[in-house]
Ligand binder design. Sequence first.
Ligand SMILES: NC(=O)c1ccc[n+]([C@@H]2O[C@H](COP(=O)([O-])OP(=O)(O)OC[C@H]3O[C@@H](n4cnc5c(N)ncnc54)[C@H](OP(=O)(O)O)[C@@H]3O)[C@@H](O)[C@H]2O)c1
Length: 433
Amino acid sequence: MKKTLKIGLFGFGCVGKGLYDILQNNTENTGFEAQILKICVKDKSKKRKIDSSFFTFDKNEILDNSEINLVIELISDADEAYQIVKKALLSGKNVVTANKKMLALHLEELVKIQKETGTSLLYEAATCGSIPIVRTLAEYYDNELLYSVSGIFNGSSNYILSKIANENLTYNVALKQAQELGFAEADPALDVAGFDANYKLCLLAAQAYGIFVNPDEVLRIGINNLKKEDIDFAATYTNTKGQKDFKVKLVANISRIGKTEDNQLLLYVLPTFIDAENRLYNVENENNAVLVKAAFSDKQTFIGKGAGGHPTGSAVLSDISALRYEYQYEYRKTDGNKEKETLGKTPISSTKNALAEIYLRFPNDLSKKEILQNLDFKEVLTENENHIIGKTLLAELFEKRNFIEENKIFVALSGEVKVVKQDSKASAAYEAY
Ligand SMILES: NC(=O)c1ccc[n+]([C@@H]2O[C@H](COP(=O)([O-])OP(=O)(O)OC[C@H]3O[C@@H](n4cnc5c(N)ncnc54)[C@H](OP(=O)(O)O)[C@@H]3O)[C@@H](O)[C@H]2O)c1
């Protein structure tokens, strides 16, 4: 039997319009009726492509309408989105949202409300656009030991990196293109400084490992200080493992340290030198990729469009469709099962165990001496007047992140990450993806 979903839609921008198009053009195949009753937007002066009677500027016209049983939240204001989603769940409405920032900052509370109210909060569109990774992690890897979930989670940054490397565009021109094409967030810092990838990482951590991570606790360095010379350098560099001919990619990573015997996870978002053997090497432009590594299924790769109205709208559609049968994320790993017990109470404090080879390029107004005075390198491999390659603990980068940002220093992982055991000097090679 077809179930009619009565929708209150918040936002009619890139994703909102994309979803609207999809719902208009896909009615034959959905197997259910989804009817948009009202759309809430902000700007009264904007011309809209559909009749003005659909629109409201008052959120309560949707939230207080008892006929509406589904709220789809697709606005660009995370604080307002939080108020909308919370009130919708508390009033018994199901919610589909694409707002990763809002979710990453409030997920634990919203999941609690979902449980208490028996509603459903779905967010496939919030991570990696069209790639169906949230439901996959929630359902498919339920019983298998997950070693890592990592990849390219931000379409705009990847687009910019591709355009600089492959078409010789400048950083600013590439960023402008990403904005014009609707890939970039309203505030581009969310993309290029790594915030967006970090928020998505936190959402996937909840599904993959049952933990609610505060995004501020994750080591996050973006590509906002990158220059063309960094990409050129990577292309000619050979690291200590003999890997060479690198591309630079912004990689988000969550992985177990030391497989089963260790209670810790390593989380970071870092520009990374990627060689041709790596599954991320050929992921270009606005595409995203998620690499999953697990005990028995081994390595799996999901690649797809990570941004844009239709790809993101397709993930929203998939969530709407799942609500036909009252689908909910169950957070099975959060509820005191074996996964949680294995990880222990402080699972993400592990950057202090991770010794990484990094490339660090500094601007002309800083000297090498100042860098070495401020950042503790355990070993310097090569150095010249504008860059240093050496080994440092990722915890050191986390601690000095303000120094790095304020001084416009570019940092990338350029080689191996090793796990330094706390109780001995021995270290083990660490391979996330
Ligand atoms: N773009 C992508 O590829 C993509 C991919 C994945 C996830 N997302 C997420 O999807 C959401 C929407 O992104 P977008 O790219 O569609 O943004 P967008 O094109 O900038 O559109 C934002 C929409 O939100 C509305 N809005 C902003 N503040 C509002 C408020 N306080 N009350 C009501 N409406 C408000 C705007 O209204 P007006 O029309 O009146 O200005 C506009 O319609 C964001 O959370 C974003 O992170 C986007």
